[in-house]
Design a protein around this ligand. Structure first.
Ligand code: ADP
Ligand code: ASP
Ligand code: MG
Length: 849
């Protein structure tokens, strides 16, 4: 004997039923076969709705019956040859009439009961099994329809009845031992049974799997096959984890644990009866029958993974009893469990604090109310005498479980689990580990489940690569270059660093584009634009332009950040390539959620020290990276070098630097007007080349350099403020008035002032350089004082700074280990390409953190 069960989606359409017929026909010749079927997909839900609607006295129930009738009649018409339709159509009509008459009674009496709901739900499986039986008959298969209600006997718990195994096994064995009942194929409705009084009961949602297992165990079948719509039991629910893979072999215990903790693929009670009889279970896909699927048997397969699968249950609430008097209450735990059991409340997990002052149990959300009443009643006296607190209820939780028998031989599974969750800001409310070490479960907030499942799956099963979700704010020069660089480098990163960088969000100041699967960045075309060719995918800029304008007011960035927080994606990195204060203001929120921040924007790090320090500690506390290499010297490795020096125990005595690519460019190109170019014209040239801040006064007035030296001082460990930095500005005060356009006009007027600066330097054989200087007399701990200043200086040819061309920056670090000859970093300190590459390097660093 073999038992094959086909689920709702396998019998949900006539095309699917045709596949079922083909699969079964190929099998029945060899061995007698029981085929158990579910109701057509969606029908059980419809029948529940039907019961409720009729019981509420709502006439709309008639429409539901109408649609049920059509669905099943259509199946008959499509599956059976015309000559054989009428018999089955009249069976269907008769069953629909029965449904109608039950509903009329309900409609009049307005009285809902689980008993009548079971009665009505049973029609789903009866209809599907009768129709499929007729289809087999029309194919000439020797078959008989078998009434499960006559054989599977249960108690009176309607909607999730408990099977009387002895009685049930006897009736099944009796039926099959009757020589009159010998057939090639036995068609049976799943899910339904009856109680001693002969009333129809059901075995719980998803219960057809269990029906099949009951037949298999009673008849010592050679195999139980569960045919469904996925290719086996997978490492995680494929609706939650896109990379989940079918598990080729799994033990009964592992499958049981996975299903207990929410893997819907198999109904939990199914495994017990077949496990006892050592009957293997084979999970197969009706829509991909050639796929090997999953074999469930005694032994746990040995493979490289420390766990077999991950599952989750949503809609959990945690009930906790606490109280100093708990230890003194005899039989406390038993009383708690009995109180819940009496109300048939299933306990999904239990955790007890070792101090025995509290115990928590996880139950399904719909049991919360009942549980509260039952437990508070049980412990009324202890609560009144303040030995115990009333039952504490926490809602909107979920359980995640790692399952695998090999876990006990692999130390560190729970450590890895908690590290991964902790590193991504997922708060764990409770933890439990089965004493048999086949599972580790954690209770987390419901909103974190998707993220947690994907992170854990990645950590335990996807050694192949780590997925990183990047949100970009700002698509100006640097942002666009960055996207281009990521697009070009993506494949290499996958193969070298095993990183898969998904740009999931791109925003400008007005709107944002989001695609959680990764924005299609378009095709890279070395020869130029690809936009004219309509066969190409749209590139990101077109998609952003086409994105709904959404919130175009000043709050657009807040909307972007709100959606990022809402997505709650694992391994998220927010990249700020703007110079905008509102964007910088969002870092704290992001970091507190464990989202890393990579900033090109200097505003946050040069804001008041307390704010900067707060961001750093938020990052540390929430295991997020906060990186801003490009705040100083564009793509040059200045901040990182400084960090490495400090982390390796060095101390910084002095920093001297040309930190403004803009100012260096300007003073390298300004010849006091001798070449006909005014100072204003040179500044404009720098701006046009993309070397200045949007408002060039931030560069020329020294603010930008002040911010940079401030950031270096802070990273060197000194809590300086902007006000502590001396700015010997060369820009006349009048230049700071009005708009950028006004500024250029004023700059022209001030040409004599600039000429005079140039001439004085030239007369001394010097060049003009805008130098930032930081000093700390770190050797003198008693009088340690850090100072910083920025200003224009005459530089003689003998100095390093003299030989600084174009938009280059130069930084000299004088440290304890580099006392006389400084550590020197030199190179282009401005430009979109180098800045983007610095941002990209920070993204890679954050991704690998
Ligand atoms: P059927 O109607 O055939 O009984 P179900 O819907 O009850 O099918 O169960 C199959 C579904 O279970 C799959 O489509 C899948 O979405 C879900 N599922 C949840 N967890 C898992 C898992 N670990 N492996 C496979 N499927 C899973
Ligand atoms: N039809 C029932 C349900 O939807 C039983 C099953 O499909 O296994 O729950
Ligand atoms: Mg199912």
């Amino acid at each position: 004997m073999q038992v094959l069960k086909f689920g709702g989606s396998s019998v949900g359409t006539t095309e699917a039923i045709s596949k079922v017929i083909a699969i079964v026909k190929a099998r029945v010749q060899k061995t007698p076969t029981i085929v158990v079927v579910s109701a057509m997909s969606g029908v059980t839900d419809q029948l529940i709705l039907l019961t409720q609607t009729a019981a509420q006295g709502n006439e709309a129930y008639k429409t539901i019956i109408q649609s049920l009738a059509e669905k099943h009649e259509d199946a008959v018409l499509a599956l059976l040859p015309a000559s054989q339709q009428s018999k089955t159509l009249s069976i269907v009509k008769e069953l629909i009439l029965e449904i109608e008459s039950h509903c009329e009674g309900l409609y009049v009496q307005n009285e809902f009961s689980l008993r009548i709901q079971d009665q009505l739900m049973s029609y789903g499986e009866i209809l599907s099994s009768k129709i499929i039986a007729a289809a087999f008959e029309s194919e000439g298969v020797d078959q008989v329809w078998m009434d499960a209600r006559a054989m599977i006997k249960t108690n009176n718990t309607y909607s999730s009845a408990v099977v009387d195994k002895t009685l049930t096994n006897q009736s099944i064995q009796q039926y099959f031992s009757n020589p009159a009942h010998q057939h090639a194929l036995y068609m049976a409705p799943g899910f339904i049974a009856s109680n001693a009084a002969g009333h129809t009961t059901t075995l719980g949602r998803g219960g057809s799997d269990y029906t099949a297992a009951i037949y298999a165990a009673a008849l010592s079948a050679s195999i139980l096959e569960i045919w469904t719509d996925v290719s086996g039991m997978m490492t995680a629910d494929p609706r939650i984890v896109a990379h989940a893979k079918a598990i080729p072999k799994i033990s009964y215990h592992e499958a049981m644990e996975l299903s207990h903790f929410g893997a819907k693929i198999i109904y939990p009670p199914t495994i017990q009866p077949v496990m006892q009889a050592h009957i293997p279970i084979w999970i197969k896909n009706t829509f991909e029958p050639e796929h090997p699927g999953t074999l469930i048997e005694i032994a746990s397969a040995k493979d490289d993974h420390s766990i077999r699968g991950i599952s989750s249950i949503k809609d959990i609430c945690l009930l906790s009893l606490e109280g100093a008097g708990m230890v003194a209450i005899p039989g406390f735990t038993k009383r708690l469990f009995d109180a819940l059991a009496k109300k048939q409340i299933g306990i999904i997990i239990i955790t007890q604090s070792s101090s025995e002052h509290s115990i928590s149990v996880g139950v399904s959300i719909q049991d919360t109310h009942l549980a509260k009443i039952a437990v508070d009643a049980e412990f009324e006296e202890e609560i009144n005498t303040q030995l115990l607190e009333p039952l504490i209820i926490e809602k909107e939780l979920s359980i995640i479980a790692l399952v695998g028998e090999q876990m006990r031989n692999h130390p560190g599974v729970s450590g890895k689990m908690f590290t991964v969750l902790g590193a991504n800001g997922i708060n764990i409310r409770a933890i439990a580990q089965g004493s048999s070490e086949k599972n580790i479960t954690a209770v987390i907030e419901a909103q974190d489940v998707h993220k947690a499942m994907n992170l854990l799956h990645e950590a335990f099963f996807e050694t192949a690569y780590k997925q990183v979700n990047v949100y970009i704010a700002g698509v100006g020069n640097v942002g666009s270059k960055l996207i281009e660089q990521i697009k070009l480098q993506a494949i290499n990163l996958q193969s070298t660093l095993r990183l898969q960088i998904n740009i999931v969000g791109i925003a400008n100041s007005k709107k944002h584009l989001i695609n959680l699967k990764g924005i299609d960045l378009g095709h890279y075309n070395l020869s130029g634009s690809n936009k004219s060719d309509s066969s190409y995918a749209q590139d990101w800029s077109d998609q952003l332009a086409a994105a709904s304008s959404g919130n175009t007011h000043a709050g657009a960035i807040q909307d972007y950040v709100a959606s990022i927080l809402d997505h709650n994606l694992p391994n998220s990195i927010f990249v700020d390539v703007t110079a905008n204060a509102a964007v910088a203001d969002s870092y704290a929120q992001l970091l507190s959620k464990g989202i890393s921040v990579v900033a090109c924007n200097k505003i946050a790090c040069s804001s008041p020290y307390a704010h900067y320090a707060n961001l750093k500690s938020l990052a540390q506390n929430h295991h997020a990276a906060f990186l801003f290499e490009t705040n100083v010297g564009a793509g040059l490795p200045i901040v990182n070098t400084l960090n490495d020096l400090i982390l390796s125990g060095d101390t910084i005595h002095k920093i001297e630097a040309v930190l403004s690519g803009t100012l260096n460019f300007v003073f390298n190109h300004y010849a006091g007007g001798t070449d006909g170019k005014t100072f204003a014209q040179v500044v404009k040239q720098a701006q046009d080349a993309g070397y200045t801040e949007p408002d060039p006064r931030l560069d020329l007035g020294g603010t930008d350099v002040m911010r940079k030296i401030l950031i270096l001082a802070r990273e060197a460990g000194h809590p300086l403020e902007m006000e502590d930095i001396v700015n010997e500005s060369f820009l006349p005060a009048s230049c700071f008035n009005g708009s950028v356009a006004d500024f250029y006009i004023e700059l022209e007027k001030q040409e004599p002032h600039f000429k005079q600066l140039y001439d004085a330097a030239a007369a001394a054989g010097c060049k003009l350089k805008f130098i930032a200087k930081f000093e700390s007399n770190a050797n003198d701990k008693m009088n340690e004082k850090a100072t910083a200043k920025v200003g224009l200086q005459h530089i003689q040819p003998s100095l390093d700074f003299y030989h600084l061309y174009g938009k280059d920056n130069l930084v000299l670090f004088y440290t304890h280990r580099y006392p006389e000859q400084p550590l020197v970093i030199k190179g282009a300190g401005a430009g979109a390409d180098v800045t983007a590459s610095g941002v990209f390097a920070d993204i890679n660093r954050a991704a690998r953190a």
